[in-house]
Ligand binder design. Sequence first.
Ligand code: ADP
Ligand code: MG
Length: 689
Amino acid sequence: MRFLALAVAAFAVLALALGVTGGKNNLVFLGGVGLLLAFTTFRAPTISSFLRIFAAIFATEYVVFGAVALLSGYGLWPEALKDFIPPGSLPVTVGIFGLLIYAISFIPVINSIMRIADRFFDGEDRTTVHVWPFSKFQMNEQRLARWMVVFLIVVNQAQVGISVRLSFFNRDWFNAIQNKDEAAFWSLLFTVFMFWAIIYVTSAIIEYVVQSVLMIRWRRWLTARYVGDWLDDGTHYRMALAGASADNPDQRISEDINDFVTRTYSFSITLLSQVSSLVSFSIILWLNSSNFAIPGTDIILPGFLFWVALLYAAIGTLITHMIGRRLIPLNFEQQRYEADFRFSLARLREYSEQVALLDGERTEKKLLMGRFGEVIRNFLQIVSLRKKLMAFTAGYNQISVIIPYVVAAPFYFAGKVQFGILTQTAGAFGRVEGALSFFVDSYVSLAAYKAVIDRLVSFDDSIARGRALGSVPPRLERNGSTDGAIALENVSLSLPDGRPLVKADLDFRPGETALITGPSGSGKSTMLRAVAGIWPFGQGDVAVPREARVMLLPQRPYLPIGTLRAAVAYPEGEGHYSDAELADALTVVGLPRLAERLDEEAVWAQRLSGGEQQRVAMARALLLKPDWLFLDEATSALDEPSEQALYGVLKDRLPDATLVSIGHRSTLNAIHTRHIKLERDGEIFRPVG
Ligand code: ADP
Ligand code: MG
């Protein structure tokens, strides 16, 4: 960037010098813009990486186009390349774009967008790239992304350039038609039009592919990043503990990230291409009507047609806005109602058994149809509004086609302009009008964009809050222990709101079997959470042997959706154990018939009974072979003989494991060598025994 800034400064000084000595005001202006641009380019390392890409392109273009303009201005440009001379206003235009990029980097909303975008563009990841016809090669993911952005911006600008060139073709061609110049007609068609049209079509296809690849890579990276942030170090659990500030992480990760990527793309690269086209075609309109008088008067209004287009688009925009402004909140509501309806359906599926048992179908139906009624009601409001909007826009679009002709026709009939100019003007008018209405459409989706950004930012905040939980003193520390025991030393555990719950000074010796009992809500499960290191509230030291494998079986095991094989192997992956191992584990925990159905896919949490699910959890323990096994009411759904039998299997298959159980049944006493009771002591509970 520093080097680029120097180049811009050098060129600006040259233009200034030539302008001042030659008395050329436009060169002085070009140089002035250049000096400012040199400053912002020099400062570019302080702005966002994503914006910096744009800044670098505009600075480069300023120098390149400026040099071409200078050369051709002094007659030094080769005649053969005459077709490639950019319009004289281009260097100033891109220079001003560059300044604008620097200016918008100070807007707070842009800043929060860029913070999310830059995660991707600042990263350092290797990736394998395969571009036909080259062979595969390794590359930095972010460098690749930056080059794709550069490529897309340049292609977009080139396309605007080609459109401008084609509009001149259009002018010459219709002039040829008017002059009955058949030779020019055919030669323009086969040389100029064919050449540029083929380039345009090819570039559009390549652009589409590159753009899609960029967006999916960007989304993949961001999704992986967010899933990681959400899951790593139990952050998802801590976020729930920290309060329900970030609702629906699923929506944020699946929808919002996708939305963020597409909208950021459209608000940067697409917007830029529309602005370029607005500027270029405005210039054409201006030049085609530079000395037009206002009809019926003698007053010359430079750029008459440009002003008409601006006025026409402004009126259209204003009326569209007045009719359609209520569409934004209505569309927003529509999404919410649809989501509510969908969620009710999904929930019903989950609790289908209870609804059936309670005969709740009638109430459910009423509830569902009520929810759906909201969807319909809102939809009808949208229809009624859209109807009015359509009546206006359809008429407006029809008139747009003829308006430029109507406005320019008097000048044509008066012989001031040729037929080609008339049609070129009409085309340019359409482009200017189209670009302006793109801004209006963007304005509508701006609200949605803002909502997406807000949701991602608050998700980030919530992740940060979850991470920070328990990192301020007084802290609950989880350390390695040296003597092989799991020990709670001067531990006091509290609830999220700070109320104390349990004070414990307790250790579990390797090889023993301990039973913890106590009233419900006394903090038995919370003690196990502290041992597992996921409970952040409290103080003291929890010592756990470094190499020890600790496993906790809760009362209701989590069974992932998918094959039975995956459910039994969890938390290991599906292919971790052999079929024989899986079948053996299922058989000894008393589920021999399931052993033959490993490949079956189902929502196992709904299919299996509570006791069967607890047996599956036991099978997991047998497979994982932990050194420490904590069973938190893990056999509560089983009858007593089955419970006894399962403990027998555990001791048989895991002879070296230390067992710590939580339970209420007196029969468990006989199975364990040590008995710890949680007893009330004023406000709190203490383990005794
Ligand atoms: P139990 O001894 O029955 O296993 P727990 O350890 O599960 O009891 O819970 C102890 C107390 O902590 C209960 O009063 C419970 O309501 C409370 N508690 C547990 N988890 C949370 C949580 N995430 N947020 C607030 N309170 C909690
Ligand atoms: Mg419990």
